[in-house]
Design a protein around this ligand. Sequence first.
Ligand SMILES: Cc1cc2nc3c(=O)[nH]c(=O)nc-3n(C[C@H](O)[C@H](O)[C@H](O)COP(=O)(O)OP(=O)(O)OC[C@H]3O[C@@H](n4cnc5c(N)ncnc54)[C@H](O)[C@@H]3O)c2cc1C
Length: 447
Amino acid sequence: MKRALVLFNQALRWHDNLLLSEHAYFDQLIAVVVLDPAEYLTEQYGIKRASAQRLQAQLKLLLDWQQQWQQKQLVLHLRIGDTTSCLLQLAQQYQAQSLIAAEPTAPEQYQQLKSTGLALRLYDINSLLQHQLRPDLASLPKSFSAFRKQREPELLVQRPLQLKFSGQFYGETKLALDTVSADFISRYHTPTAALLNEAAALERLTKFIWQQRAVLHYKQSRDALDGDWNSSLWCFYLANGSLSPCYAWQQVVDFEQQQMANESTYWIRFELLWREYFRWQMRQHNSAWFSKNAFRPPLDFSAPIPDKRFELWCKGQTGLPLVDANIQMLLHTGWMSNRGRQNVASYLIFELQQDWRLGAAFFEQHLLDYDCASNWCNWAYIAGVGNSGARQFNLIKQALTHDPHGDFVRHWLPEKTTAGALVHWPEAKVQLQDFWLPFLKQLKSKA
Ligand SMILES: Cc1cc2nc3c(=O)[nH]c(=O)nc-3n(C[C@H](O)[C@H](O)[C@H](O)COP(=O)(O)OP(=O)(O)OC[C@H]3O[C@@H](n4cnc5c(N)ncnc54)[C@H](O)[C@@H]3O)c2cc1C
């Protein structure tokens, strides 16, 4: 009897999921998901890797996935513990020699799978460039522009496959959960946590594209700091694998063909290409991304040393309202807009002179859409390490452009009651930057 484990981490969906299909070589498939506490409860640079909010959302998602299997009278094994050990133990229980999984981008996750010593079959179900479109890492273009120009014309992204669900899945109900995992669940499971599952993903996708037709104004609205329909909010689902990027891409193309194409419908695909670019960049340079200058030699993995200014930034108490309001939003909701992320990152790196990796670790802790490649590569990109030149933003100009009436700041910092744009005025403890001066004058003129 030939058996393989099928690991559903970052593959928590019934649509466009090769892991669910027939695997000719095997007689039986053993479905499993693992939550590794090391990825949530340990620390990096003294910063916890996941907030309670992020851990609880992931736990809820996995429990929901297990329940969906139960409803189909199938067994999905849920394990909480060291990934490699959990997989090996299950492989031993079922006499399985192989492991089928979604190909990860995070070097740590790839290593966990390799360390099992099981025969690996990885399917890159969370990339746009799958199968014959898979890039050669050795000749990957360095810049996003070059990557986009090279790949865009040939990106005939496959229509999501109509796969036959495999009848090979097998499992013993009594092994669905072990006692260690059950104990962990009773300790950390919170019914009120966000449920970021496939049903929520598909609902959001349909509403964003077809019902609200928000895809038609995406290019103009994507820089907003908040708002229900200004950006897609697909990030949660793409990050946890409950939404297929090929499916999302194809839905946009279908909309373009059936309803209307404009620069906004193009732009959302353009942004999905940024995600794609970073995935391949992460795979090319692997853990070198976590060095101080990313993969630029000499590699330096020594832990960054934060000072008091980092602590205040993390609490949203820098005294610069635009930064503090964005951080408060992140702490409360687990999300921040792309524009907000760029602004707070720039401020931390260039004005507060902190190592970019501290900011990346803090985002890893709090973002419910945390994705290793998108997070660490975006931080490196703003810091100007790796492949990029530095990207410093003028925070006062940004405030005037993206929160011209101060509404966003007053919402997240209710103690600030100054009317209009003047609410952006930096507190006395903020060191004013020369290049802010013309924009500070503009703020004053609005008093
Ligand atoms: C410092 C920093 C850290 C970030 N960390 C993450 C992270 O951990 N996880 C994450 O998914 N995104 C991250 N991003 C990228 C981007 O900010 C988010 O993907 C986006 O804000 C999520 O909201 P949305 O789904 O509404 O995006 P939309 O604007 O609707 O974009 C659609 C999709 O395109 C992709 N995308 C958009 N912009 C980017 C980008 N700059 N880089 C990569 N992919 C992009 C995302 O998958 C997103 O869901 C980060 C950006 C910065 C500047």
